[in-house]
Write a protein that binds this ligand. Structure first.
Ligand SMILES: *Cc1c(COP(=O)(O)O)cnc(C)c1O
Length: 445
């Protein structure tokens, strides 16, 4: 029996799916496409800001741009005076071009090239320095205004991480900042942890607050810390998720592919998004003493966040048209008009588990479950959008649509490629007018 993992019900998406707009777009665009719901981005951003306010903490939210290339999210950041986390000259230009101010950018990423450092410094962006030689190149720029830096801390709890400065390097970096005098404004420290846990983030944040106090004793500004991103997204209900993890095995996948629980993103999180920030702020770094929120307040330290995926929660989905269906022993293979390059998780020895929704105009749509995997329109045997045998309510037919839910965070475009000369799926921005009329659409660029 196929295991069911539908995404959480989403009234806004349901309204769009019922409007008849998606088949029209599939017809007009002639291929797969992504739709974006920017009002969700606005709401997620507002929720992070409310969590900061409720905790009485001074904070700034920077959207981690790498999670989605769409222009509309830059527009929303500019309109809401939010910051953007960029890691390349292209991302920096894009953010500026959509109206985000240079001083509202934070530039992350390792060994940033000289061109990026130079433009970032001229724009007054905050630059998270990852290595001593990078700091030297930055200090050598000799611009008119002081360069704004954060020093990125190597996380001792993740010794395998290639990012950040260890204790000795941090010590040396502080000395170089002091020696550089007014050419540099050392504003504080940063980290970005892999994984989605609360505890290590609170612990390391506590450490960085202490580091700020030490740096101030050296005469440096040190009044902010960035705790990066990694706020989890809750895609599916708890019961389905736990049943899935307990029962899933090779028999549930095409070609008997085997996954272990550790291969999957944690698609259910009891505490997600802005609530995860609340938990981090309420935690006691090191397990005792004041909460992180209290320590930030007492030390006058501003908290910077760089959420990517969490700001995009439910802000977009990916739509493919069924091109063909064939039967195998006990299940089917549905082939769609796009590839798994538009569903990035498939390229990390993992699987995007929130299941695709079948949109069909047929009368017998509930004809009985039809288990099928979903393949892409390429010549790669491994190009599957879904290895799992999904229990579709009926045998899909050519022309039906499959909607992969909640793909705006990393799924839709981070691995996209015009492989086979297939065009990249366009992004369609959907606006829902307040007067309740049918949703309106426009292309993202
Ligand atoms: C990728 C990244 C983020 C965003 O991570 P999410 O998991 O999408 O929240 C934030 N900061 C840095 C430095 C990153 O590399």
């Amino acid at each position: 029996m196929a295991l069911s993992l539908p995404a959480h019900p989403d009234p806004l998406a349901a309204r769009l799916h019922a409007s008849g707009l998606l088949p029209e777009l599939a017809h007009g665009l002639g291929g797969p496409f992504h739709y974006l719901l920017p009002e969700r981005f606005d709401a997620n951003l507002a929720a992070f800001r409310t969590a900061l306010t409720d905790a009485g903490v001074d904070g700034l939210v920077y959207y981690a741009k790498k999670a989605n290339k769409a222009a509309v999210f830059m527009d929303r950041c500019a309109a809401a005076d939010a910051g953007v986390d960029v890691a390349s000259l292209g991302e920096l230009r894009d953010a500026l071009g959509h109206g985000v101010r240079g001083e509202d950018l934070v530039v992350t990423g390792p060994a940033k090239n000289d061109r990026l450092l130079c433009v970032a410094a001229r724009q007054g962006a905050l630059i998270a320095v990852d290595a001593l030689d990078e700091l030297d190149r930055l200090l050598a720029l000799n611009g008119e205004r002081p360069v704004r830096v954060l020093l990125r801390r190597h996380p001792s709890a993740q010794p395998g991480s290639r990012f950040g400065l260890d204790e000795a390097q941090l010590h040396e970096a502080l000395a170089r900042c002091v020696a550089a005098g007014p050419t540099v404004r050392m504003e504080g420290f940063s980290f970005h942890l892999s994984g989605y846990e609360i505890r290590p983030r609170a612990d390391l944040a506590g450490e960085l607050v202490e580091l700020c106090l030490k740096a101030r004793a050296l005469g440096l500004q040190a009044d902010r810390i960035s705790i990066g991103g990694g706020f989890p997204v809750d895609y599916v209900p708890a019961d389905d998720w736990h049943a899935f993890l307990a029962e899933q095995g090779p028999e549930h996948y095409h070609a008997h592919k085997a996954f272990t629980a550790a291969d999957f993103y944690p698609y259910h999180s009891p505490v997600a998004g802005a609530d995860a920030l609340r938990s981090i702020l309420a935690a006691r770094p090191g397990g005792t003493g004041a909460t992180l929120a209290e320590r930030l307040r007492q030390s006058g330290v501003t908290l910077l966040l760089e959420p990517g995926r969490a700001l995009l929660d439910r802000a977009g989905s990916s739509v493919f048209r069924v091109q063909g269906v064939k039967d195998r022993a006990g299940y089917g293979i549905v082939t769609v008009d796009g590839t798994s390059l538009s569903l990035s998780e498939q390229w990390f020895a993992s699987e995007y588990l929130p299941e695709p929704l079948l949109l069909t105009a047929r009368a017998d749509a509930a004809a009985g479950p039809y288990p099928a995997c979903v393949g892409g329109a390429s010549c790669l045997d491994s190009d599957l959008l879904t290895w799992r045998k999904i229990a579709f309510p009926a045998r899909p037919r050519p022309g039906d649509l499959l909607v992969y839910p909640n793909t705006a965070g990393y799924q839709m475009d981070s691995n996209e490629s015009p492989f086979h000369e297939l065009p990249l799926p366009p992004k369609v921005v959907i606006d829902h007018p307040a007067d309740g009329h049918r949703p309106r659409w426009r292309l993202d660029r």
